[in-house]
Design a binder for this molecule. Structure first.
Ligand code: MN3
Length: 201
């Protein structure tokens, strides 16, 4: 069974009022994410060792394996984007549920400090990559960043609660080169904190 592009959980114009325009979502989901899925399926087709494996297993077995770097990049990006679409909300974006707010305050000192840390991670990721809010193995919320198609599942840094794509394709139409403004808007108006809380369990 080949990997599939999941449908967006909202329409391509659903986030336009929150500064992620229809063209951004059309290209990002329909072209970029689709290209990762297509490439991944091509690699699996040619490599019996990958066949029948889950996406998570492929990510883990290809991580830090130079021979499988293109497999890792595309499998990672497929996983990252599946999470990314869910990590945004056209209706509840930016609203932090009380139970998550308490945990953010407890682990970062304040919601503002969490947002600053997340923004710094996204801005500080040189080139392409991702900023993450994770539940670390020690039970604390942490902010982390990964380059290119990597993610906390591969690195073992924790369970991803939110992931923000900082590749230029995710913000260039809406924010041009202003990645800090994209991240601030994402945290304030787009991030689906209900989803993050649900991942927290
Ligand atoms: Mn992307």
């Amino acid at each position: 069974m080949a990997f599939q592009l999941p449908p967006l959980p909202y329409s391509t114009n659903a986030l336009a009022a929150r500064q992620m325009c229809q063209e951004t979502l059309e290209l990002h989901h329909g072209k970029h994410h689709q290209a990762y899925v297509t490439a991944l399926n091509g690699f699996v087709e040619k490599n019996p060792a990958l066949q029948g494996k889950s996406l998570e297993d492929i990510i883990k077995l290809s991580y830090n394996n130079p021979d499988l770097a293109p497999v890792f990049n595309n499998a990672g990006q497929h996983w990252n984007h599946i999470l990314f679409w869910q990590a945004m909300s056209p209706t509840e974006g930016g609203k932090i549920p009380g139970r998550l707010e308490q945990k953010l305050v407890s682990d970062f000192g304040s919601v503002a400090a969490f947002k600053e840390a997340f923004k710094a991670a996204g801005v500080g990721q040189f080139g392409s990559g991702w900023a993450w809010l994770v539940l670390a193995p020690d039970g604390k919320l942490k902010v982390t960043k990964t380059p290119n198609g990597s993610n906390p599942l591969a690195t073992g840094e924790g369970k991803a609660l939110l992931g923000c794509d900082v590749w230029e394709h995710s913000y260039y139409l809406d924010f041009r080169n202003r990645r800090p403004d994209y991240l601030q808007n994402w945290l304030d108006n787009i991030a689906n904190y209900e989803f993050a809380l649900a991942q927290l369990g």
